[in-house]
Ligand binder design. Structure first.
Ligand code: BTN
Length: 255
């Protein structure tokens, strides 16, 4: 029994030194019937993966690289709700442990001072129209020194240590996030997505603002109006047409 104040999330935790990707390990555990709430945490990932086929820089010892297995009884199209739930849990956990205020950029980037500090990647195992498991991967730049970020991301990425000016104990952070997630997941299972959506909106960096949306098929400029019950982003273009954005990168205006 660990020291977490939770019933589900994190009751089984697998700590690993070096893995390819905690997502990959979590998929295997999920296929082998791992209990809901099982977590895989690694000190280093050699092939950390990000959204849209990108790599995720996961150096040894300086971040939280983890994947959580959930097994909600929902259809696959509702899975993005859990990404948003995870994002709210991480924002709350970061605030509790560091006092830093973080914002969510749809769908799942967490920013401090406009720079990305957390990425979340949700992957599914589904059969027909039912979710078998949702694997939520969370990558947090915790104690990464400024100079350790690769050149191509150094202006857009940051770490909690850089923002706070001191080292953050990773175990405290993981624990806080698990406890927040446990609470939110109970709320979600009992009351659905609506209360989570409200919390998400209060931390959202993009709502009401002009954004540039880049999808695989093209670009779109418009005002981010809000998210739907499924977690889909609504963007109104200059002609007044509202677009439903399922998967994209969005850019916020420069401050
Ligand atoms: C993104 O912003 O593109 C999502 C990044 C997700 C990174 C995390 S780190 C833990 C888990 N394992 C992975 O390989 N990726 C996710």
């Amino acid at each position: 029994k660990n020291h977490l104040n939770t019933e589900k999330i994190g009751q089984v935790v697998h700590f690993e030194n070096t893995v390819t990707s905690t997502q990959e390990i979590a998929h295997k555990h999920a296929l082998n019937g791992a209990e809901e709430g099982t977590i895989i945490i690694a000190d280093e990932q050699t092939v950390g993966r990000g959204r849209l086929g990108r790599a995720w820089h996961s150096p040894k010892g300086s971040g939280v690289w983890m994947s959580i297995i959930l097994r909600p009884n929902i259809p696959p199209q509702k899975a993005p709700q859990l990404t948003l739930l995870a994002a709210v849990s991480v924002v709350q956990g970061i605030e509790e442990v560091t006092g830093l205020s973080a914002q969510i950029k749809w769908p799942n980037d967490i920013l401090i001072d406009g720079k990305k500090v957390v990425g979340i990647l949700t992957e599914l195992q589904a059969e027909a129209d039912r979710v078998n498991s949702v694997i939520i991967g969370i990558g947090i730049n915790v104690n990464t020194p400024k100079e350790a970020f690769p050149k191509d991301i150094e202006t857009i990425a940051t770490s909690l240590k850089v923002e706070k000016g001191e080292e953050i104990e990773r175990a405290y952070l993981v624990r806080a996030i698990m406890e927040k997630m446990e609470k939110l997941y109970h709320i979600y299972l009992e009351h659905g997505f609506a209360p989570i959506k409200l919390m998400w909106e209060s931390s959202a960096a993009s709502l009401g603002k002009r954004v540039r949306v880049r999808t695989i098929t093209g670009e779109l400029y418009g005002k981010a109006q809000g998210i739907t019950e499924e977690g889909v982003l609504l963007v109104e273009d200059d002609e007044g047409t509202v677009h439903r954005v399922y998967s994209a990168d969005i850019e916020l205006p420069q401050k």
